[in-house]
Every structure is written in C-alpha cells, then in structure tokens.
Design a protein around this ligand. Structure first.
Ligand code: NAP
Length: 598
C-alpha cells in the first residue's frame, strides 16, 4: 500500500505540474469551454463508480455506486456535449463553416467512435480471456487503457490552446473517456451490470438534456451544478468504501485518510456548488448573506471537522463521528458560500472546480485508480489557475473574495459624492444612429448586462450593419466581464461573431484613442476610470478597459444604478459620454432600425 501510495502521490504531483503547463496556455477566449471540458473529464469518477455499482460489495455499496454512476455519467455526457456546442460556435471570420457541414462531420465522428470503441472492447475482452488462460492478472490490460486515456486527456487540454485545434483535442479526450469506461466494464470485480446500466441511462438522459438544451447564458450555473454532482459521487463512494472496509481500516490508516479527504472535500463541494448554482440561477438572493461572528463560527466549524478527521485516522471505527464529520462538511460548504455575492460566484465556482478535482483525486487514492488521480489533479489545477487569473484581473485576493462579503451594496456609500461629479447626458436611438453614421471605427464593450438582456445577437447584427458601411468594428473583452471567465466570448461566438474580432484588454486598450465611438453594452465596473484614478474606490487597482479614451462613448444600460461593485461610474459624467437608457436588447434593435433609415 505504501508503494502504491508513493506512486499515486508522484502521479498526482506530476499531473498537476503538467496540467499547469498545458492549461496556462489556454487563451482567455476559451476559458469557459476549458471549465466545461475539465468538468467532463473529471466525470472519470465514473470508472470508480462503475466498479462499486457492479461489484458484490453489499447492497448499500451497490446503491451508492448506482447514484455515483448516474451523477458521473451526467457530467461526462453533459460536459462534453456543451463543450462541443461552445467550440462549434468559435469561428474565424474568413473560414466560418456552415452548421450543416459541422453536423455531418460530427455524425461521422460519432460513427467512427462507436466503431473503434467496439474494436477496443473486443481487444479488452480477448486480452482478458487470454489473461485468464495464462493466469496473468487481467487488470494489466485495463491499466494500459488508462494510460492511453490519460495521454488523450492531456492532448485534449492541449488542443484548447487554440480555437482551431480545440474540437479535435476534445474529440481525443472524448475517445479517451470512452476507452476508460469500456475498459472498466470488464473489470474483474464487476459481477452484475443491472445497476450500472440503470445509472448510465439516467446519467445519459440527464447529461444529454443539459448539454443540448441549456442556453449559453446559463452555462455558469450548469457548471456549478455539475461540480456538485461530481462531488456527490465522490462523497457517496467514500461512504461506501468506509462501510465496506469497516474494522479493516484500523490496519490501513492511509486508506482511512484518503476516505476522510474524499468525504470532507466532496461534501463541502457538493453543498457549496449547489448554493453557487442557486445564486447564479437567482433561486437565492444574490447579495451576500452575512451575520455577526460569521467568520469565527465558520472557522470553528472547520476546526471541528479537522479535529474529527484526525481522531478518525487514529480510531477509524468511530463510525458515528465519521457520519457527523460528513454532515458537518456538508454544512460547511453551505455556510462557506452564503456570505459571497452572486457576482463573485465565478471565482467560487472555479475554486469549487478545483475542490471537485481534489475529491476526485482522493477517490482515486481510495480505489487506487491512477486515471482518477491524474484527472483529479488536472481538474484541481485548472480550477485553481482560473481562480488566480480572475482574482488578478479584479486586483483582489482570494481571501477577500471568500471572506470579504464584497458586493454588499451600501447605497449611501455608493452615491456619496455623486452629485458633484457633473451632469449626465442622455441620448435617444436616432441621435445615436446619426453618430454611428459618421463613425469610421467602433469598439464594442460587452458586459454582464449584455448577458442579462440576451443582446448578443442584436449586437452582432448591429456590428455587421456597421461593417457593411465600411466601419471597422472590434470587440473589447475584459477578463472578468460577465459571470464567468470567457463568458462574453462564448455569447458572442453564439451570435456568430468571428473570434478574430474579439480583442483582449491589453490588445485593445492602446486602440481606444483611435476609436470614433466606444459602444458599452451592459458593462459597468470593467470600464470605471475610478479603478485608475481614485485610491478610495473599491475598484482601485483593477485593470480596466480604457473606454474614456475614445472620441465618443455611448453606454447602453437601464438606469444609473451601479454595477456589481456598488460604486458610481465616473465615466458617465465624462462630457464625451452619452447614456442610451433602456434594456440593451431593445436599445440595440432600435439603434439598428434607425441606422437602416439613414
Ligand atoms: P457590472 O459591473 O456588474 O455591470 C453590469 C451592468 O449591466 C449594470 O450596471 C446594469 O445596469 C447593466 N444591465 C443589467 N441588465 C441590463 C439589461 N437588461 N440591459 C442593459 N443593461 C443591463 O458588469 P461588468 O462590467 O461586466 O463587470 C463584471 C463584474 O463582475 C465586475 O465587477 C467583476 O469584478 C465581477 N466578476 C466577474 C467575474 C467573471 O469571471 N466574469 C468574476 C468575479 C467577479 P442597469 O441595472 O442600470 O441596467
């Protein structure tokens, strides 16, 4: 066991470094698909769940394994489907292919995958048969399959370093998953397939529905939901393994430690992710829920969980304490997320992505399944890296995000000093259209409001109309505009905006001074000059899109209400700035109609 543990730890650490190397090369353009892809890959917990559901480990294990199979397969099917849907949307201006051609290619690929999977299944079966005949351990063949799958996963992530290769990469990852799953179906511990089949059917239907029908604007909550499913699978398998090994754990402290990690991290990730999904879906109030002594009580709860964990390593048979610890971990996940505002949920879901990866890796240690250790480590690294990137883009620390209750708007503070800032100029659509008629270059700045209004299609139509008039149109994408890293890119890709028109903050900022008009669509904080000029502003230090350097600025929003940070935007008092009040989708349509009439 110690050698196995050593090997497992080496694998975990090396996969983490490799993941960091590969994932840090993924451009911000593809950060949302990256999250869904790692999410789908972390559904590899399916292989461990299949064994527990199909083996003869007792009724409780079979039942928990069945639920874990359903949860993990939902993540695999849903995750890969939605990643593919997103990647299909990313088109370069000059080589945009028709939807029909893409569908035909996809169909051909599915047929190819089924054929090759069938072939592989026969090889595994033959290998198993020969292994039995020669008295060789048949799991060796499965081990090789897992190695190939791991390589395919890493190549899949590598593909995400450019939109051109992203779908091909994901195809390899999907293939890797299929190999691992089919290979596992021949695991020697599996004796009954009924619960496995039932779990796979439920997971495929649930994941398929989520993957096909969920709108792009709901991707953040879907991601949070799938983290919770992955974490639930890990927690249930942890409980099942604890029950199965029972008193044996006294002689295997390493296994007890791994089980403890699995249920604690899995438990808190499960409820934390459910809360995050509910806040993003607006089922719960988005504002931070705070109370006196919140941080102290949370830290005390964490200390009790850690204390119980340490005691259980020493006395693994204290089963009541084990269930109490699991319950407290579930409660901790819930309490950890309630004080965090909805707009900070992207950082939270990235962190929970990382925790879900760790829970998956812990499950890999419990079942000594190396592919799970690898994918858990990759998933953990990816989530951690995205969280760091987001915090950096907001100039905030992870501690401030988790414990700062940021986004709790104090109306008085938000408005203080607003009155002496000057006047705000508002315009109507036909005046704005006249300005566009005389423009030669326009920069469009999308933000969270564009997602809320679902205005991306109208914005793209407006940009096309301007393009036809010879106007040079570019889009400026801030790394944290919207509700998820890369969210704006996905929405604009959905509206057929070629990705070579999307510019990251550092690329576009020098260009603003040349732009005749900066059109801000539902973006607020990411354009606030106070981030550069006002040391007392909560936004101070956050890199922003330098919209104020454009010759004219038109802002589409409904009111003078502040954005997520709760602070007034200096930009709106700039004499060059004009406010076109109203829902962004309506305003864009009106603007387009007026432009057509000129
Ligand atoms: P924002 O500062 O939250 O502002 C969005 C604006 O959209 C609001 O001022 C709102 O004004 C407007 N709006 C809402 N619904 C609208 C509609 N239907 N039509 C027109 N306008 C509408 O958004 P942002 O500039 O995109 O900045 C994102 C914020 O989220 C940043 O503060 C960032 O730090 C935070 N954040 C993002 C991430 C990420 O990964 N993306 C991560 C962590 C935190 P009205 O109400 O007046 O219409």
């Amino acid at each position: 066991m110690t050698t196995e543990l050593e090997i497992g730890l080496y694998i975990f650490i090396l996969a983490g470094f490799l993941g960091y190397h590969v994932i840090s090369r993924v451009p911000p353009l593809l950060h949302t698909p990256l999250m869904s892809a790692t999410n789908a890959m972390s559904g590899i917990s399916l292989v461990g769940s299949l064994v527990v559901a199909g083996a003869d480990f007792g009724m409780l294990s079979t039942f928990l394994g069945f639920i874990a199979v359903a949860c993990s397969s939902t993540n695999v099917v849903g995750g890969f489907l939605i990643t593919d849907r997103m990647l299909k949307m990313f088109k370069k201006g000059e080589d945009g292919r028709g939807e029909r051609e893409v569908r035909t290619r996809l169909r051909r690929r599915v047929v190819l995958v089924i054929l090759v999977a069938g072939l592989l299944a026969s090889i595994v079966w033959l290998e198993e048969l020969q292994g039995f005949l020669r008295g060789v351990d048949p799991t060796n063949a499965l081990g090789f399959f897992y190695i190939v799958s791991a390589v395919l996963f890493i190549l899949g992530l590598k593909g995400l370093s450019a939109p051109k290769y992203a779908r091909k990469g994901m195809f390899l990852a999907e293939f890797g998953m299929l190999m691992a799953v089919i290979g596992t179906l021949f695991h020697h511990d599996i004796v009954d397939y009924r619960w496995i089949v039932a779990g796979l059917i439920i997971g495929t239907i649930a994941g398929g529905s989520m993957g096909w029908w969920i709108p792009m604007t709901a991707v953040p909550q879907r991601t949070a939901l799938s983290h919770s499913l992955g974490a639930l699978a890990a927690t249930l398998i942890g409980i099942s393994e604890y029950v199965r090994h029972g008193a044996e754990l006294v002689h295997d402290r390493v296994l007890m430690t791994a089980i403890g990690f699995e249920v604690v991290i899995g438990g808190l990730t499960f409820t934390g992710s459910l809360m995050a999904a509910a806040k993003l879906q607006e089922l719960l109030r988005g504002a931070p829920i705070t109370y006196k002594g919140q941080n102290t009580s949370n830290i005390t709860l964490l200390a009790v969980i850690v204390g119980s964990f340490v005691y259980l390593i020493a006395v693994p048979t204290a089963s009541s304490l084990f269930y109490l610890m699991t319950g407290l971990a579930l409660l901790f996940g819930f309490l950890l997320v309630i004080p965090i505002g909805a707009a900070d949920m992207p950082v939270v879901i990235s962190l929970l992505n990382s925790y879900a990866g760790l829970a998956d890796a812990a499950m890999g240690f419990v079942l000594m399944n190396k592919i799970q250790i690898i994918t858990g480590s990759l998933d953990g690294t990816s989530g951690f890296l995205l969280s760091i990137l987001m915090c950096r883009a907001m100039n905030r620390s992870a501690m401030n995000v988790l414990f700062g209750a940021f986004g709790k708007i104090e109306p008085e503070a938000a408005r203080s000093g607003a009155d002496d800032r000057g006047t705000v100029r508002s315009i109507v659509p036909n005046e704005a259209a006249l300005l566009f008629d005389g423009a030669r270059s326009v920069v469009i700045v999308p933000g969270y409001g564009m997602a809320v209004a679902q205005a991306q299609h109208g914005v793209s139509e407006l940009a096309n109309a301007l393009g036809k008039r010879g106007v040079n149109v570019r889009y400026a994408i801030h790394p944290v505009a919207g509700r998820m890293p890369g969210h704006m890119n996905v929405l604009l890709a959905e509206a057929n905006v070629p990705y070579d028109q999307l510019f990251e903050m550092d690329e576009i900022n020098p260009y603003f001074a040349e732009a005749d008009i900066a059109l801000v669509v539902g973006a607020n904080d990411v354009t606030n000059p106070a981030a550069k000029n006002d040391k007392s502003s909560p936004l101070y230090g956050m890199p922003i899109l330098e919209v104020e350097r454009a010759k004219a600025i038109i802002v589409l929003k409904r009111s003078m209400r502040p954005g997520f940070a709760g602070v007034d935007n200096e930009l709106y008092y700039n004499p060059k700035c004009m406010m076109l009040f109203g829902d962004a989708r309506d305003s864009v349509v009106k603007l387009l109609n007026e432009l057509k009439n000129i």
